[in-house]
Unconditional design. Sequence first.
Length: 220
Amino acid sequence: KPQAVIFDLDGVVTDTAHLHFLAWQSIAAELDITVDEQINEQLKGISRMDSLARILRIGGAEQRYSEQEKNRLAERKNALYVASLQQLSPASVLPGIAALLEELHRQDVRVGLASVSLNAPRIIKALGLVEQFDFCADAGQIKHSKPDPEIFIAACAGLGVSPANCIGIEDAQAGVEAINASGMLSLGIGEQLKHADLLLPTTAQLNWPLLQTFWLNQHS
Ligand code: G16
Ligand code: MG
């Protein structure tokens, strides 16, 4: 069996992607830039400043703002986003996740979090899952967002396990690429993802027997 399972936060543990989307949409609208669901897909797993850079590039406005103005835009986006996090509660945990976390602990499989969100600690707290994660990688220490494997490697290091002995779970293309580059097995959540070692339509299909079978199939 795997020694650890490492979870992405946004889109796997809870659906904060929609809240990021609404916050970016309102900042972008002020700049006369339209952010639609398809653009939002490209922002998943991408850090706050990198997300802003992409939005400005899409609007052809990457040269228009100073570093200070960009920092202020990112701060305002974050303030909107953080305010919207107040609606999170244990009921916001996506289907299948709470039961899987409990089962992983029963099976003595370590549980990690690999989110590039600086808000990850407060989100995990609002979801009532602080006790369920043996280690949460610190996004503040990460230099490169996904698809760079840095955050997943940091999560493995914190758990004291080798990536080769772990499964990573992701809903974003950049996240699946990050897992693959780390040397972990990748489990993708969604219909459109490429390159995942196993793809499930939603988190509701996740459970321990399925992870075990997945692991055995990949190691036979
Ligand atoms: C999440 C989201 C990204 C977001 C990033 C940074 O990453 O998917 O859209 O831009 O965190 O978030 P914050 O602005 O809260 O620091 P992940 O790794 O959980 O998918
Ligand atoms: Mg995600």
